[in-house]
Ligand binder design. Structure first.
Ligand SMILES: [Ca+2]
Ligand SMILES: [Ca+2]
Ligand SMILES: [Ca+2]
Ligand SMILES: [Ca+2]
Length: 471
């Protein structure tokens, strides 16, 4: 058998797609009276794959089959196309998986009745760049507390995943992306799972923006999960620093807000009548926002920044301890620039399309004050300098932050515009020089890395060759 596998952009890839579009049913063995087909999943889930199902043939003419049943090997996979391999020493199915944008080969088990396949291998190039599927925004952290950086990723379809670094800090080598478990099950956020009655919402996405910080101050970092909804969830680390494990889903609620089945249903009804780009009165947080986390008032308690649910302006939500010692969250207050403007997309001149915004907290200039890396998607070149990522440098104090006017992040002077559909970057030292760098991501999650020094230099370095000296 010749396994067709393409690089992400090769012509073979498109050939494979073209072959598969015409192949809706196949009999891999050619002998067994079964047909395979792709059967749609629920509403809103169609774009990332279907069930691979089998049917037994009842009669040849006219053709008649039993109802579809899922194939066991593919139960948790999301197939978008398949190709039967009928000849050669290895027979089976090449399946293109939509959710992770992978292609895999499943070998047919000939001694069984034709319905049995076993995963053999992912088809990949030995020199392929890392590609992690739909909108897998990176977050740089040390997941296993061993001193090197690991890559936590989100995803349009809602699963956050972790890639553990088995290389070194400056020469990373990542293991396969792994799901993150809560109480033994993969964590996933999506619209219909949060809001009842939204199963038929136009797309049942998740847009998770994971962060890994110690939210409750117990010394172990927790998984924070801003996402597509206007609710923010988190998972307490109940494991250890070296082996994080997560308890059940919890929700971040500022003072004055409660959540009930009724409030969730109200948002569900709102969504079905509008969409998630419109403000919902009486909600503290905006939709689809990569909230940031840092201690912005230097009281030792972690705080959160995100966009207000109605005004869509940046707000600081501060944690505090009440009389019983319980951690609570103060309702947000505006964060401002030094010229008095509140922080929103208007400060970078964006007036047209909306997609998502994200905030990464970092100390970019190493002055001890927390700065913000502000990223906007969907600007289509209509933002300040034609860029997409902006530094808001903190020029206030450790207790009272205020931010300089946005600086367009540029590589050797060229503004960074990776994509219009979400360049949301991770920020952290990834080359081991002690200074924060930027790791960007485009829609299909290929990663481009910009070193701190390249972002600070207005031009590429220039070299002058002097005359050879004869001794
Ligand atoms: Ca690590
Ligand atoms: Ca914790
Ligand atoms: Ca604080
Ligand atoms: Ca700083």
């Amino acid at each position: 058998m010749k396994l067709i596998m393409p690089g992400k952009s090769s012509k073979t890839f498109f050939t494979l797609l073209a072959l598969c579009t015409s192949l809706f049913a196949a009999e891999p063995s050619g002998r067994n009276p079964y047909a395979l087909k792709l059967t749609p999943r629920g509403n809103g889930q169609y774009i990332f794959g279907k069930y691979l199902t089998w049917q037994k043939r009842l009669s040849e003419s006219p053709p008649d089959y039993t109802p579809s049943q899922p194939l066991k090997a593919f139960r948790d996979l999301w197939a978008i196309s398949l190709l039967a391999v009928h000849d050669g020493p290895l027979r089976g199915l090449i399946v293109q998986l939509g959710a992770w944008q992978d292609t895999a080969f499943f070998i047919h088990t000939p001694h069984r009745d034709g319905r049995y396949f076993t995963f053999l291998a992912k088809a990949t190039s030995i020199s392929a760049v890392m590609g992690l599927g739909d909108q897998a925004w990176p977050y740089i952290c040390d997941w296993d507390d061993d001193g090197d950086w690991d890559m936590l990723i989100g995803g349009g379809i809602g699963w956050p995943r972790i890639l553990v670094n088995h290389g070194t800090h400056s020469r990373p080598a990542f293991a396969e992306a792994q799901n993150i478990l809560s109480q033994g099950r993969p964590i996933r956020i999506r619209m219909s799972q949060v809001f009842p009655g939204c199963e038929d919402y136009k797309h049942d996405m998740g847009y998770t923006y994971p962060k890994f910080i110690d939210w409750d101050g117990d010394g172990r970092k927790d998984l924070m999960l801003p996402n597509i909804t206007n609710r923010i969830f988190w998972y307490k680390n109940i494991g250890t620093k070296k082996t994080p494990k997560f308890g059940p889903r919890r929700q971040i609620l500022p003072d004055g807000y409660t959540e009930t089945d009724e409030t969730l249903a109200v948002t569900g009804q709102y969504l079905m009548a509008n969409w998630e780009g419109e403000p919902q009165a009486d909600q503290p947080f905006w939709w689809r926002t990569g909230a940031g986390f840092a201690d912005f008032n230097n009281d030792g308690l972690m705080d959160m920044i995100t966009l207000d649910g109605f005004s869509r302006e940046l707000q600081l939500f501060r944690q505090y301890q009440d009389d019983t010692g319980r951690l609570r969250l103060k309702e947000g207050r505006e964060l401002k620039l030094t010229d008095g403007r509140v922080i929103s997309e208007k400060v970078v001149d964006r007036r047209k399309k909306h997609w998502t915004e994200s905030f990464q907290c970092c100390d970019w200039d190493n002055d001890g004050l927390i700065d913000i890396m502000y990223s906007l998607a969907g600007g289509h070149g209509n933002m300040q300098d034609g860029g997409s990522i902006y530094l808001l440098r903190n020029t206030g104090t450790k207790k009272d932050p205020v931010f300089d006017k946005p600086r367009t992040m540029s590589c050797f002077g060229s503004p960074i515009m990776i994509t219009s559909h979400g360049p949301h970057p991770g920020v952290g030292d990834i080359n081991g020089d002690g200074k924060p760098d930027i790791l960007t991501c485009h829609e299909d999650s290929i990663y481009a890395f910009f070193s701190h020094i390249a972002l600070e230099m207005p031009n590429r370095p220039r070299y002058r060759l002097s005359q050879l000296i004869n001794k």
